[in-house]
Design a protein around this ligand. Sequence first.
Ligand code: ZN
Ligand code: ZN
Length: 433
Amino acid sequence: MTESPVATEKWAASVPGYAPDGLMACHACDGVHRIVPVPERAKALCRRCGSLLYRNMPRSLDHSTALYLAVFILFLLANTFPFVALQYGDRVEQSLLISGGWALQRAGMEELGLLVLLTSVVFPFLTMCGMLYLLLPLRFGVRPPWMTPVWKMVRALTPWSLIGVFMLGLLVSVVKLQDLAAIIPGVAFYAFIGLLVVSAAAVASFDPAVLWPRMGPVVESDALSASADSAAAMGYAACHACDLLVRRPAGGARWVCPRCGSAVHGMRIADSLSRTWGLLTAAVLLLVPANLFPVMTVTRFGQGEPSTILSGVVHLVEDGAWPLGLLVFFASFIVPIRKIAALVYLLVTVQRGSPRRLRDRTLLYRVTEAVGAWSMIDIFLVGILVALVRMDGLAVVYPGIGATFFGAAVVLTMMAAHAFDPRLVWDRAGSRA
Ligand SMILES: [Zn+2]
Ligand SMILES: [Zn+2]
């Protein structure tokens, strides 16, 4: 933890229930830390693994409330006005943002359409509504009811809200369409670009301490003797919903968080290792047909040939759009393979109880979890092209079965990364399991 001599009393006072001697556990390695004030805008990092523990953002509530309101308005604009129009001669076809999901459903790819609809529209919408539900009353000093279930929903849906990835898929599809028709961006297109920027700012300005002050149990200092102590070794566990450190109750009583009422799990994510292995195996099996079968067929004047993920990349490069070709190649081919290799390496080293390169392995996990969603770019690309290009007789794009396999494989690798508990890297270090 970066301890600072500058004690910001103001910040400490602004956090209700702040306990200067409280403890917290690192979410990545379970290392226990004493909460100390840090200067404004400064970060406190985990002493063991280097993960972010917390930041001091004194005006987080004001800023994030305003930014989430702006996100909400931009989202409504982006979804009600025409997104892009395709002009081919004197024919103009307009599309709404959500038509990507619908078009896939109409084309008989219900599961894939649902995946696109959920990750590009429904989950981002539920996430921003949940945040506003929590932030707006708090901004006016009122604690909203059902704070715990709403916050749990926001936490669960955030990794599956993929607006940024959708935007990149749109960019690639615009390049792919350039020689087919003129593309006229609509009001929603500009609203969507604004939405991307503002939602990134909203996420960055939000400090969870606004909802759940960073107080922890106050423990005598000799309980913190060994620097490598994990919360589990000390008989504590962090609440999954609000991160409060909760002591295991005596005599087998139910372990419940006193602050938010959630059940506390002393164990690591149940069966983390076997679940991660299972999900990874299924993902590897699905990646084979995903790369063999076509993901889409572009027909012009009634004829065309199906393209797979890799042949789509080759087409982009041949058209001179090699930066985008490289991007799609990286996102749809390198990222899934690299992700599977990284998780297998983490699983094997945890099972062997390897004590080496603990920090590097924690960082590897963080990167793996963060980049995984970018593989969805090809799925969004197919959805957008199928929705936009539907000029019968001139040009039509049909989705291919390879896209469904690929979508399932990406979802499974994302689930595998979530199922893996990075704290096991530290728990098992030096112990042969
Ligand atoms: Zn840590
Ligand atoms: Zn809690």
